[in-house]
Design a protein around this ligand. Sequence first.
Ligand code: ATR
Length: 276
Amino acid sequence: MTEHRIPLAGVIGNPIAHSRSPKVHGHWLARYGLTGHYVPLHVEDGDLAQVLHTLPQMGFVGVNVTIPHKVRALELADAISDRATLIGAANTLTFRDGKIYADNTDGYGFLANIKQEAPEWNPASGPALVLGAGGAARAVIVALLEAGVPEVILANRTRSKAEGLRADFGARIRTIEWVTSGEAIGDAATIINTTALGMQGQPELRLDLSGFRRGQVVNDIVYTPLMTHFLTEAQARGATTVDGLGMLLHQAVPGFERWFGQRPEVDEPLRQAALA
Ligand code: ATR
């Protein structure tokens, strides 16, 4: 009888050993005194379909999905939320009544992080500059458009990928050349780096960062290190900076609530647990 089972959840990826999600969910389970477990699951590409059909039989109520399975997970789902459809990838699956429900909470996590760390942020106050056009950028752009930014200025090394996002998301997107994106910083009210540049082990973001100024909100989705060169430069010029750890923490909230029945808080003890 399913209702007597201990609820299990986890995160599916490859590689998965360094995922911080087990720390996040583990912290919440302990903090709220809930019965349940959240585990890292290493799954090879070709095994995803079989794994997703087996997990519910073992007591899993849902899973997070990360690289490289986010697009395939969407294809394997029985029902898909509007925001997952828009983003074209799933990061949160819920197993219920023999069905797989797919959602994408990355855009929610991005917005909740900015709202918590920069409460004065007004999306309508001016254009947003988005650097990068990968999976993370799709979630960020959907969230920005929903929040009411008047325009998204989009710069990507491979311009055709930025044009593809413009075709998908419409007239409020304006693409610019990657090499000129430094110059666009001054025109934007909100600036987000969605590329991995600046992450430990990756090259630095080499743009002219002298356009940062007071009144801007600047977010880097990279969180190793927490203060990237990008954020340090923004802060030095008086902009409000938001690091990337909060997006990871907030995107976990809807899944935890669905699976374990408690809406969890994102606060300093959680940040410390995720970084430990
Ligand atoms: P994610 O899901 O994290 O967004 P992704 O889909 O692989 O990952 O996207 C990576 C993004 O970082 C892309 O926008 C990529 O630019 P390209 O589309 O030109 O590949 C960007 N990126 C990665 N390495 C880069 C580099 N050295 N210089 C500039 N952009 C880079």
